[in-house]
Design a protein around this ligand. Structure first.
Ligand code: H79
Length: 459
């Protein structure tokens, strides 16, 4: 009997050790190395989407670019740093945050009607203020404002209804947290200074916050990190964060700003081993794309991400539509920003432009979604995109003689037609290089008209 007791005891100890070893392997799953097929499958929806909405919204929409009676130069969401504003002063905006006109369904509809397939909203920007009910801080919409509604939850529900992927932008840098950059005032963005308590901020605050966001808001599309350039954020921290986020949602996509592999505003350093699924050029479109890597250009419609009451330097619809085409022709995604007001309204100038984009997408979307980079050099009159068996010629400027020369061998061409204008079709005429068609005097769209070339065989 006694012997049996020893044996059971021994077996129990063995099982406990074995179980804890299992747990350990589970915890340290290395998501940094995955098969090419695995990554392709994970990135598929994103590659097909091509177009998303960035939303920068937070307390900075209240000052909207003005502090102490002065217009503060620079991007609106950086006003705390640019003015600069002490933490205690900045905190006062929270009591004023009551965006009663906020309607998640309306925002999502604006994005959907523009042809956008995903939304990236600031769960937390550099000012540290949280748009959801975070359990690790009172510096959030629930505890610090009269509004007391979980903005992220409402957006997730609206996105799910409209087949839009919800994604979160989350700042690593934090100007409000005492263990992060708050003590650096008046230069929260001091890139030389260190906070000895920073690891405590990462483990007790930043990581738990990511845990909340990933566990409590259902399936997410992307985690879009930023503010990773600070001295205290290290590459091992970035890799650990990448693994942590993927361990909770293995299919999620994470931008490269989780690690230190970004190359300034150009967005991507391809040398060295860094965590992150895609490069993030900011306010620029790389001349020839970023060959061999996935990338997404994020850009503003005026000069600011966060709402600024007096920034009226809006890009034209023509520029925005041609940007989508230009980026797509180079194999990238376009993440186009809106900065809602403190009332919760997307500025009318943005809405108008998004409507124009939506109207263009309605007719020409098949030349954008699911397409990839042009197989040809950039032509003088516009851009190319492609899908298997199809080339799309996006005409920005109609050649003066109306002749379009496409370098696809005439014998391979099956069909050539315009999108819009009743899909007028053309008879291709063989030429030295490929074939030519004669365009009508007036094209269906003065911003960009698309000629579809259906072909067979390999190019
Ligand atoms: O959220 C929006 C902006 O608030 C944020 N990114 C977009 C998406 C933004 N972060 N920084 N800036 C805008 C400008 C800051 C640039 C610099 Fe640096 C930070 C210059 C030096 C440190 C990062 C590292 C860029 C160049 C080197």
């Amino acid at each position: 009997m006694k012997k049996l007791g020893y044996l059971t005891g021994f077996l129990l100890v063995f099982i406990i050790i074995w179980l804890s070893a299992c747990k350990k392997t589970w915890q340290t799953t290395d998501y940094l190395h995955e098969s090419r097929q695995g990554k392709e499958a994970r990135m598929q929806w994103w590659n097909e989407a091509r177009f998303g909405m960035f939303i920068h919204w937070g307390l900075y929409s209240i000052p909207a670019g003005v502090y102490d009676g002065k217009q503060i130069p620079g991007i609106g969401e950086w006003i705390m740093q640019k003015a600069p504003i002490p933490v205690k002063e900045y905190e006062k905006y929270a009591a004023q945050f009551n965006p009663v006109k906020f309607n998640a369904g309306e925002w999502v509809k604006i994005a959907r009607d523009a042809g956008m397939k995903y939304i990236v909203i600031t769960s937390k920007h550099h000012d540290g203020f949280c748009l959801w009910d975070s359990k690790v801080t009172k510096w959030d919409v629930m505890d610090a404002t009269p509004f007391k509604r979980d903005i992220l939850k409402e957006l997730k529900e609206a996105c799910d209804k409209n087949d839009i992927k919800l994604c979160f932008y989350h700042s690593i840098m934090d100007w409000h947290h005492p263990d992060a950059q708050a003590p650096f005032y008046p230069n929260y963005n001091d890139t030389e200074r260190s906070n000895p308590n920073f690891p405590r901020y990462v483990n007790n605050y930043l990581k738990p916050q990511l845990g909340e966001l990933i566990k409590n808001y259902g399936k997410l599309g992307i985690l879009w990190f930023d503010g990773e350039w600070i001295k205290d954020w290290t590459s091992p921290m970035g890799k650990d964060m990448y693994n942590y986020v993927r361990s909770l949602q293995p299919d999620i996509i994470i931008n490269n700003r989780v690690d230190k592999g970004r190359k300034g505003m150009q967005g991507m350093n391809t040398e060295g081993e860094f965590a992150g699924d895609y490069g993030t050029p900011e306010q620029e479109i790389p001349d020839t794309g970023l060959p061999g890597v996935a990338w997404e250009s994020c850009m503003t419609m005026n000069d600011s991400w966060g709402y600024k009451s007096y920034d009226s330097n809006w890009k034209s619809s023509e520029t925005l539509i041609r940007n989508i085409i230009d980026i797509t022709s180079k194999g990238g995604n376009y993440l186009l920003n809106v900065g809602p007001t403190s009332e919760g309204v997307i500025p009318e100038a943005s809405v108008q432009r998004l409507k124009a984009i939506g109207a263009w997408m309605q007719v020409n979307g098949e030349a954008i979604y699911g397409t990839s980079a042009s197989p040809f050099e950039k032509p003088g009159w516009g851009r190319y995109t492609q899908k298997p068996g199809k080339i799309f010629a996006h005409i920005f400027e109609r050649p003066a003689d109306g002749v379009l020369n496409i370098p696809v061998p005439a014998v391979q061409v099956k069909n050539v037609y315009l999108l819009g204008a009743d899909n007028e079709s053309f008879t291709p005429v063989p030429a030295d290089e490929g074939f030519i068609i004669r365009l009508p005097k007036v094209l269906p769209d003065s911003i960009a008209s698309v000629v579809v070339i259906e072909y067979e065989g390999q190019l």
